[in-house]
Design a protein around this ligand. Sequence first.
Ligand code: PLP
Length: 420
Amino acid sequence: MTTSSTQATAKKLTPVDLYGAIEKELQSARENSTYKVEVPIESQQNGLVKVGGKTCVMLASNNYLGLANHPRIREAALYGLEKYGFGMASVRFLCGTQPIHIELEEAIARFLGTEAAILHSSCYAANEAFFLAVVGNEFGSTNYRDIIYSDQLNHASIIDGIRVARIAAKTTDLKAYKHGDFKQLTDWLAEGNDYRISIIATDGVFSMEGDYAPLQDFVQAAKQSSALLYVDESHSTGVLGKTGRGTPEQCGVHGQVDVISGTLGKALGGAMGGFIAGKRSLIDFLRQKSRPYTFSNTLPPSVVCAALEAIKMLEEDNSLVLKSQTNTKYFRDEIKRLGFTILDGVHPIVPVMVGEAATAMKMSTELLNEGVYVRGLWYPVVPKGEARLRVQISAAHEIADLDLALAAFKKVGKQLGVIQ
Ligand code: PLP
């Protein structure tokens, strides 16, 4: 159906009708348990937080290295505020670039083993920027088609980025392979020789499962099929690999991924900001062409200085990376010993599988009563019958915190019949 015929037959919604329709939609979300409720955290983000006046073990944060409230990060943010001010009131290319923005881009590139990097206001914006800028460009070609191969469980920002790019550039095809189905991907790559640009897009670590893409295979497949490999390292930078250089380091291909996107909003301080890292020419091109970069404000100095300090800390030593990894192994081993089913892996995202949505909801409420803050995920976020509690471990935890959480899991899991 065309847009105009839809407009011709649909009933006109006045603003009053529209608000009524919106209220109905919200009501249906409440009835289907898909309505998202925000629980205020009354303290700073840490291994232990205050919720409803009570101290709880925080098991739902992306604060993988415990930097969200680390003294060195706070000090760096204050230094940024004092020396460079609160805001720049500008996008980068007008008057929003300070030496620290350039320094941070260089530090990100150095840390990830790429030639250059470009900051964005978020990784969401970075992912959206990339696809539109690249496949949306003719590069002097006529009569061509491009293709993006994307894992079905990729983050929403990759999905939306590809969607926007395909609407703008009607010359782009999409093949979304089943999560982790490398054979499906390589079969499609083998059939795709006629495309002008081929891009393989994958999360490094998948946020619902806590698993990672085997990038050694991806690097090889991309080379063989002359495709560009694009990896979103939001959950992996600072987390995976011996020194926190992410999924490429974990898979032995550090410096071999074509393009890496990532966030400053998780392990690297947890405030906000995103980036793309890759070849210098691509990064320079994005400075010209990225719409979210060109038309959205620069990152504030406090955030930039804090992120710089986070990378400095990672380059100095890997103690926080190791602590996060040791804590993760401890929690994964112990929760299994209690009889819970988890999705195996090495990442601090530990999905504890409980089956039905009602069980996940009840369990997260009961755990909060026991002083453990963890969120449940259920359909439609994950498949029906695969409801889970998504535990996230951090270097901010001490073993005693994890033991408290494990004792609560044991008590509530038994009460609800999830474990014997
Ligand atoms: N990519 C992945 C894989 C993510 O998990 C997230 C955040 O949840 C993002 C991108 C978006 O990051 P940001 O918060 O910087 O927009």
